[in-house]
Design a protein around this ligand. Structure first.
Ligand code: 0X9
Ligand code: ZN
Length: 320
């Protein structure tokens, strides 16, 4: 559509990522994290992939920033922002001292398209949010599970639907969807050394890593919990970094329940299971906005926020 040509399709996103790996073999890798729902059924579908960025010749376990983008199919802006962020980091390695230091000492893992089956339906013209699991038929046509209600931590504790035809359908069981399982395994791999934060017990102050799940839209920076107004045990530190991120992008920072109650979400899983500093960013003012406002506003403001998240990923509860 004219004015929106900046949003790469699933295939274009994947080929851009593969192009980066060929261009920067010492800095980038691209690997499958598993199959989408359609692929598990042999009905087409996709591999889900992670793009990992770091200087491969400097070793040791490095702190990580994990970004998942566009888990909701019609939210195009997050995938494009994340792809541009990867391109920015690679293009500036060896040129910009800050970027060079960050890729020498830290890692960025990006899932640029977190719901490629759904995204394909959106690209075909549907206003699609969920995955495309059509096991349960829907007269309204809105089958599928909301992947951001299907994660296993405190699944089904409010703010999700038991109706398979509802846009916030939580799935038949906790972690039932292959996309959820692939993303949960990746989150666990990224932050394997961490221990979880329980409802009452904070993650240690020296916990490393930052997780960002990027959506559109509403101009928000959100952090756990989503299913209770009680502050998370690391709430003060989560709020401090959340407010700092909001300085960069100009958005409103708040605990996610303040938007509306949710459960089974990405960020509550990452924080609850692994104690990692976890945020949901809601970009901009539309699922996808005209390319001129994306390029002039949403991209630079949020690139700055992502760079800050990467800068503090070695100790977000202390540096953030
Ligand atoms: O409802 C959602 O999943 C998110 N909004 S969206 O319009 N992109 O669908 C907000 C989720 C906020 N809650 C948590 N992140 N826990
Ligand atoms: Zn969303």
């Amino acid at each position: 559509i004219s004015g929106y040509s900046c949003y790469r399709t699933v295939e274009e996103t994947y080929s851009s990522a593969q192009g980066l790996v060929s261009q920067y073999p010492n800095l980038a890798s691209w690997s499958s994290i598993g199959s989408t729902w359609l692929k598990t059924k042999g009905r087409g579908g996709y591999d889900m992939n992670v793009l990992k960025l770091t200087n491969k010749s400097t070793g040791g376990t490095k702190p990580r920033l994990l970004i998942t983008a566009s888990i909701h199919a019609r939210e195009y802006t997050p995938a494009e922002l994340s792809t541009r962020f990867a391109e920015y980091l690679l293009a500036n390695y060896g040129r910009d001292a800050d970027v060079t230091w960050m890729l020498d000492s830290q890692e960025v893992w990006l899932v640029l398209q977190s719901n490629p089956d759904g995204r394909k339906k959106a690209e075909a013209g549907a206003s699609w949010r969920k995955n495309v699991n059509d096991t349960q038929k829907c007269s309204n046509g809105l089958f599928g599970a909301d992947l951001n209600r299907n994660f296993t931590y405190a699944w089904g504790t409010g703010g999700s639907s038991t109706d398979p035809c509802n846009e916030t359908y939580r799935g038949v069981s906790a972690g039932s969807e292959p996309e959820t399982q692939n993303l949960q395994n990746l989150i666990k791999a990224a932050f394997a050394d961490n221990r979880g934060a329980s409802r009452t017990d904070a993650a240690p102050a020296n916990t490393s890593g930052v997780y960002m799940d990027i959506h559109s839209y509403s101009q928000l920076v959100l952090w756990p919990w989503g299913d209770t107004t009680t502050a998370a045990p690391n709430g003060a530190a989560l709020q401090s970094l959340g407010r700092k991120l909001a300085y960069f992008n100009g958005y409103t920072p708040e605990q996610s329940v303040g938007l509306y109650p949710t459960s089974g979400t990405t960020d509550d899983f990452a924080y609850g299971e692994l104690g990692v500093a976890s945020y949901t960013i809601e970009l901009g003012t539309a699922f996808f906005e005209p390319c001129n406002t994306f390029t002039s506003t949403t991209l630079p403001k949020n690139q700055a926020a992502l760079l800050y998240a990467l800068r503090v990923a070695r100790a977000p509860y202390q540096l953030g």
